[in-house]
Design a protein around this ligand. Structure first.
Ligand code: PSU
Ligand code: MN
Length: 310
């Protein structure tokens, strides 16, 4: 199917991305908050580069998304990637509500899943790979902290390949919100929701696909129906890289307690918890994180290739 890729006055497509989209060739969007806020320097730069290489190795063109000088970027050069990784948490974390201000002021920012989906959709990119999506935070009944990623999935037609979500979140409530908003959450070769470092949260999923063709057919059906929502393809971490559940649970419990003790709230919450969990689990969690994102990039490239063939 031919991609629709209207040029947009705020958007700069990397020439390679523009060429691929014009040719109807597969393109995979990658997010930049994962790089700037989700991993420490210099691992984050290695990850960013390896993600792009993995997408290419599986037959698609990578388009890392960020905002630079107020311009929406789909596809970054290596110097931009390096600057983003090096500046890390000093770069603004942009979700849906932050995009307009960043553009209006001509500033730089790293895009979350929500903001990356917005830019991908403007560019005509249909498949996006990340590590984990945001979700309903534990205690959301009091804090009202529900990631804008979920409402973005409800309204923006991009398929997101992820390893589920970290259990810093309430995974059951996260699925409830996605169900309410009509977002298909699809196990990729699994019947249960993966929990990032852990392959299986124990929560059953309503849909499953096995392989890229079935995933691409589902995307086509979703959008042929005129439904505007995105889809989540939940792809478990490769077994050899999964961490023991008890270790992850202990680190998460501790991280949540620290966040509460320090009064961490709002957009600072997810980066704080991610960093604390990674400190508490040591290098193992970083290795697991890298393995699962690379695996998602490979699957996303295969899905984008199957989508381009339909
Ligand atoms: N979960 C992870 N790693 C991440 C994120 C989430 O395991 O890097 C990032 C993503 O960019 C996601 C964002 O979109 O955090 C969600 O932030 P919030 O909960 O503030 O919406
Ligand atoms: Mn939040």
């Amino acid at each position: 199917m031919t991609n629709v890729h209207p040029s947009h006055p705020l958007l700069d497509l990397h020439p390679e991305v523009a060429q691929a989209l014009a040719a109807g060739a597969p393109v995979v969007a990658l997010e930049s908050t994962l790089i700037a806020h989700g991993m420490p320097w210099p691992h984050n730069l290695q990850t960013a580069r390896r993600l792009e290489a993995e997408v290419r190795a599986h037959g698609a063109v990578p388009a890392t998304i960020a905002v630079l000088g107020g311009r929406l970027k789909a596809g970054l050069g290596d110097a931009d990637l390096q600057a983003l990784a090096q500046r890390g948490p000093q770069i603004a974390k942009l979700s849906r509500r932050d995009l307009a201000a960043c553009v209006a002021r001509g500033e730089d920012g790293a895009t979350t899943v929500a903001a990356t989906m917005i830019v991908a959709a403007l560019a005509g990119i249909r498949v996006f790979a990340t590590g984990g999506i945001g979700g309903v935070h534990r205690g959301a009944g009091e804090s009202f902290d529900i990631s804008a990623d979920l409402l973005e999935l409800a309204q923006t037609p991009v398929a997101v390949v992820c390893a589920g979500a970290k259990s810093i979140l309430d995974l059951g409530l996260t699925l409830e919100v996605l169900e309410t908003h009509g977002v298909p959450v699809v196990g990729y070769g699994t019947d249960t929701l993966p929990a990032f470092y852990v392959r299986d949260s124990g929560i059953a999923l309503p849909q499953r696909v096995d392989g890229p063709q079935a995933a691409a057919r589902l995307m086509h059906a979703q959008w042929a129906l005129g439904l505007k929502a995105g889809l989540v393809f939940a792809n478990p971490i490769p077994p050899e890289h999964a961490l023991p559940r008890e270790r992850v649970d202990a680190a998460i419990a501790r991280a949540l307690a620290d966040a509460q003790a320090q009064g961490i709230r709002g957009k600072a919450s997810t980066p704080f918890l991610l960093q604390r969990v990674s400190e508490l689990t040591g290098g193992d969690s970083l290795a697991a994180n890298l393995a699962l994102v690379l695996n998602n990039a490979a699957v996303a490239a295969q899905v984008a290739a199957a989508d381009a063939r339909l």
